[in-house]
Design a protein around this ligand. Sequence first.
Ligand code: SF4
Ligand code: SF4
Length: 372
Amino acid sequence: MNKVILKRCEEYNVALIKKQIYSSLNELGGLDKFINQKSKVLLKVNLLTMKKPEQVATTHPAFVEALIEIFKEHDCEVLVADSPGGPFISTMMKRVYRVTKMKEITDKHNIELNQDFGSFQTFDNDSLIYKKMRSSNYTKDVDHVISVSKMKTHAFMTFTGAVKNMFGIIPGLAKADLHMQYPDLLDFANMLLDICKHIKPTLSFMDGIVAMEGEGPGSGDPRQMNAILTSASPYHLDVVATQMINVNPLSVPTIYNSIERGIIKEDFSDIEIVGNLKDFITPTFVPAKTNRIEKSGNLKMLKLFKKYPNIIKKTCIGCKDCANICPAKTIDIVDNKAVIRYENCISCFCCHEFCPVKAITVKRRLMRKRFK
Ligand code: SF4
Ligand code: SF4
């Protein structure tokens, strides 16, 4: 059985979060069961981009601080790291660390905040499709990777949680190459599963105290969910998280493929929830831009429809962030406004993810209607 522990926590108070995480770890058999003292642990947080904690796009610093204290009390060496979507370079990361407040909390506890922005090639023969993998150097020389994700909707993948959090081990712009390599939704999900299976996070924690609803993962709105989720399985944790936010788990490609690959049982009978799921289910949670078919969880039907990014011209400030991140290089800036050449668009929604002013929305139309 795969235990997923649910705990209530209504505010970003380090002492309260710590208490609930300790209690969750006890339910799992204690931290000693998973991690020896003196180990080096990597807290793989979600630092999507330069967003303040109150914008709910990144793991909240109080949540990370609680984990830092727990692992320090376990006599572990702690490293905090992530590779956001833009260039993975020192100048960019300095700003991300400052705005997300990771610098503040790691300085306070005198622990390492990753400064190695290099990467290496690795090979995993057990992967289904992504065998030759590029991985950030910060994953080297650690004894345990801990997934510290944020509960959020996602325009491309419906939901982003513990499994998709592992995509951040791919360095910066190399992520864009993977969008080009795996433009199909289910292939992309299999690539994400290959990464997660390769990295094998020892424990997964999800910051669901204030989640992101609507236009996630970067442009959505805060939604108070009061939840901390803990599990040794990122795959099963994600199933429970989607049930809380009123998303059919089968409409999430990573969950759909996890069932196909035998990682999760189809009827979810291999999940033991500790805590009262009903207390957390929020029927009014606003999902990522969706439609009836997505809610039915029929991903094959979903292929008949095409989601595409739509620029709101009056909101666009012409910053070029979308053009720079677009893996298909299909966005031009004309008269200080973004213009998409749809014929090359692969609907990866990197542009939507990175627009700083919410000027890109997601629309959907039947595939037979060709883009103009
Ligand atoms: S990222 Fe947003 S604001 Fe910047 S150019 Fe693109 S659409 Fe406009
Ligand atoms: S326009 Fe947006 S959705 Fe289309 S390929 Fe570029 S980044 Fe991806």
